[in-house]
Design a protein around this ligand. Structure first.
Ligand code: C2O
Ligand code: CU
Ligand code: CU
Length: 492
């Protein structure tokens, strides 16, 4: 080997080692860690960077969006994407974005079988946006991906029929390169589907009273109580993680709850953080629904893992508490929300034994297995060696076909250490077959449109592709998606 070649080899080795060291030094846990624990009752004004909680921070309940069509079989909604200003910390204003308001959006509530038209007007200053119905089974034209840009001042009106079981879905922007920032600024809302099953179940159903939406997000507040979307080196690798958790747009709120069974529709609306939710007294609760609808039966648990974009409906029983007793909801050991039991409001509902029937898709019916491999790191994140190209269709699926999608995370191979990637595909709901060959946990046996894939892991999921058009599949860490960890499939 010539001296020159030797030098190049040694140099390359050195660069790799330094890069590796940088990587490990900057490694962050994948669930956010508070700068300091903030006790909810006695805010510590000491040296914390995260903002202090106001005592009167009650949980805001997003309003249900008005359906302006009087006919029972058709719904028409109006949404305005706009800039906003919000005081997360009293006296400090932050530039935000919201739907029909300053931050987040109203809940769109529909029924299975209903025809829905939604007028979305973009009033954001000088910025293109799109609006994607995450989890909804509609054609590619109406799906709101990066092809459906709405220029400032324009209105887009998709129309579709709701054709899937009752579920808690959500909507958010999906413009190329700019999804992370627009979601972080506040563009997101819930989309609820009802059906005969959800009507007939004897569970809490009184929206805002005992049926409560919780959009959980982390934000990185500056000391003055404002936040900005600015990515550091580690953010590009791990996605942006915050130093405060907000629920429905409020920092560490509290909620008065009925002495009885309460239902929570939880969305992890974070850009990148995975939450491990629990009650601070370790009381167990029951998960009754996953991303795409009810489970077959309630799953008892005391820890709920939720990746970015995943949803879970849970029932918490407060009937054994005293009037005024407090229980906290935590991410690992970080309490971020408080329930206060209101003895004047009681219900005697109990956790149902069974919930919904789910038709199991038979793996024998799959026409093929399609492989997706998460690779790369930071700016080089990709799927199957390719970064997103809006002019390239990566996969073609025959309309009506059933396929097994085998998603593996090989970002942990070699010396660099891996990162978790939540896989999501548009336009359909999956059933998870196995994780590394083992059956999935009980709360992942229902309909799923997003699932976490750990470094080195392979997840197999099955779906029938019933809607035609161009759809996205991607990592739902929004910084990874924006960096190109996304591809397109055409169903035809
Ligand atoms: Cu939540 Cu491509 O979407
Ligand atoms: Cu989606
Ligand atoms: Cu990722």
């Amino acid at each position: 080997m010539s001296l020159m070649k030797k030098l190049i080899v040694v140099l390359a080795g050195l660069i790799l080692i330094v890069w590796g060291m940088f990587f490990f030094m900057n490694r962050q846990p994948q669930t956010p860690e508070p700068v300091d624990q903030i006790p909810i009752d006695e805010p510590d004004t000491g040296e914390i960077e995260a903002p202090v909680v106001a005592d009167d921070s009650t949980l805001p309940i997003p309003p249900l969006l008005e359906d302006t069509d009087p006919s029972p079989d058709r719904a028409e909604f109006r949404i305005i994407a706009q800039n906003g200003i919000k005081e997360f910390v009293p006296g400090v204003q932050t530039d935000t974005m919201g739907y029909n308001g300053n931050y987040l959006g109203p809940v769109i509530r529909t029924r299975r079988g209903e025809d829905v038209a939604i007028n979305i007007e973009n009033r954001i200053n000088g910025e293109m946006t799109t609006i994607h119905w995450h989890g909804l089974e509609v054609g590619g034209e109406d799906d709101g991906g990066p092809h459906s840009g709405i220029q400032p001042g324009e209105t887009w009106t998709p129309e579709f029929t709701i054709d899937q079981p009752a579920a808690t879905l959500w909507y958010h922007p999906h413009p190329e390169y700019n999804t992370g920032r627009q979601v972080y600024k506040g563009l997101a809302g819930l989309f609820i589907v009802d059906d005969e099953v959800s009507d007939s179940l004897d569970i809490p159903k009184d929206y805002g009273v005992n049926d409560i939406p919780l959009v959980i997000q982390d934000k990185r507040f500056r000391e003055d109580g404002s936040f900005e979307y600015i990515l550091s080196g580690p953010d590009i690798i791990f996605g942006l993680q915050g130093n405060a958790i907000i629920v429905n747009g409020e920092i560490e709120p509290y909620l008065n709850v009925e002495k009885g069974l309460m239902r929570f529709r939880i969305l992890n609306g974070s850009n990148a953080s995975i939450f491990e939710l629990r009650l601070d007294n370790n009381q167990s609760f029951h998960q009754i629904a996953s991303d795409g609808g009810f489970l077959e039966e309630p799953v008892e648990m005391n820890r709920l893992l939720l990746g970015p974009s995943e949803r879970a409906e849970i029932l918490i029983d407060f009937s054994d508490y005293e009037d005024g007793e407090r229980v906290r909801l935590a991410n690992q050991d970080w309490n971020f929300m408080e329930f206060v039991v209101d003895g004047d409001r009681e219900n005697d509902l109990s956790v149902p034994v069974s919930l919904a029937e789910i038709d199991r898709i038979n793996p024998q019916d799959a026409s093929r297995i399609r492989e997706f491999v998460f690779l790369g790191m930071g700016p080089s994140v990709n799927i199957n060696g390719k970064q997103f190209d809006i002019d390239r269709i990566d996969e073609v699926v025959s309309l009506g076909d059933t396929e097994i999608w085998e998603v593996s995370n090989q970002t942990g191979m070699g010396m660099m250490g891996g990162t978790i990637h939540p896989f999501h595909a548009h336009g359909t709901q999956f059933q998870i077959l196995d994780r590394d060959g083992n059956p999935p946990p009980a709360n992942e046996t229902g309909w799923k449109d997003s699932f976490i894939v750990y470094p080195g892991e392979t997840v197999r999921a099955i779906a029938t592709f019933k809607k035609p058009g161009v759809f996205m599949y991607h990592c739902h860490i929004l910084e990874h998606e924006d960096a190109g960890m996304m591809g397109q499939f055409l169903v035809e």
